[in-house]
Design a protein around this ligand. Structure first.
Ligand code: PDD
Length: 284
């Protein structure tokens, strides 16, 4: 079945899903996006993602003509039209279409696209063995806290992981330390405590990160938000990544060095299982 996209008020087949060559999303990456995971045909944490989409748009001063309820409705309708089961919906908003000029054009309508996307869950092998990652200097900008369409640095980082035949990257920002994964948040566990970098302009406030912190308290783990240096991450008992797609995934090798025992550990497993319990309660 051909996928159905929502574009600016219309549902169209993927083969007819076009936006203008003068769309500012194309010309400048001038927009924001969100990704929501559907499990068993039900969205997980949809409201939280829509809230963040609205907040990202607000930060870059895109005035949305859609209410939160309307965005939720469009997302659910897109899922229904695509008979979505265990996949994602991407929601992309740009400032709109206008003759190219950097500053905001007046009187333009934002572009909204929603489409389904097959879920990119970790392979069984990566789940079983844990992810192998490399660190890279973080060349991203100073607004990593919004989900901007312009993700060129992330694209280059993810390609570097592929080129090095590893599963992902960790961004190492000069003077700030290890901030997050290529498209995920980072946690490590040591001495009965779960650590993760605090919210700041250097990291993306992942919805999954928030849920994992909630789940960690539920599991009676202590959680500390602190700046993470590479040497301390390398000495961790366990390291894990968290995102809508990865859920909670063990990292077992960084820059060729094994983390802990070099296999996925019990803490990551417990966090993942408890996280999936929340998914089950919400979606099954
Ligand atoms: N990425 N950090 C970065 C840089 C991300 O791109 C993402 C998500 C996250 C985790 O956010 P969340 O828990 O809300 O999914 C952290 C998504 C999955 C993407 O770009 O496709």
């Amino acid at each position: 079945m051909e996928r159905i996209f929502f574009i600016n008020g219309h549902f169209v087949p993927a083969s007819e899903a076009f936006i203008s060559a003068e769309d500012r999303g194309f010309n400048f990456g001038d927009g924001v996006y969100e990704v929501v995971h559907w499990y068993n045909s039900q969205p997980f944490l949809l409201e939280e993602h829509i809230d963040r989409l609205i907040e990202s748009a607000h930060v870059i001063r895109i005035e949305l003509p859609w209410t939160k309820d309307e965005l939720i409705e469009i997302a659910k309708e897109t899922a229904l039209k695509n008979n979505l089961q265990d996949d994602y919906i991407y929601m992309q908003i740009s400032r709109g279409k206008a003759v190219r000029q950097h500053s905001f054009p007046v009187n333009i309508k934002p572009t909204l696209v929603m489409n389904t996307q097959p879920s990119a869950k970790p392979s069984d092998e990566v789940r079983q063995k844990g992810a192998r990652v490399i660190t890279l200097p973080d060349i991203r900008w100073l607004h990593c806290d919004i989900k901007a369409l312009s993700a060129l640095a992330n694209v280059l980082a993810k390609q570097a992981a592929k080129d090095h035949n590893v599963d992902d990257v960790l961004y190492d920002r000069s003077g700030v330390g290890i901030v997050e994964g290529g498209s995920s948040n980072i946690f490590y566990f040591k001495d009965n405590k779960l650590m993760t970098p605090p919210l700041s302009p250097y990291i993306f406030p992942g919805i999954t990160r928030g849920k994992v912190i909630e789940v960690a308290y539920e599991c009676n783990f202590e959680v500390e938000e602190k700046v993470l240096s590479l040497p301390e991450v390398l000495e961790a008992e366990e390291v894990m990544l968290a995102s809508t797609g990865l859920e909670v995934l063990s990292v077992t090798e960084i820059n060729g060095r094994k983390i802990g025992a070099g296999v996925p550990g019990p803490i990551a497993y417990k966090l993942w299982q408890t996280y999936m319990q929340h998914v089950k309660e919400a979606c099954y």
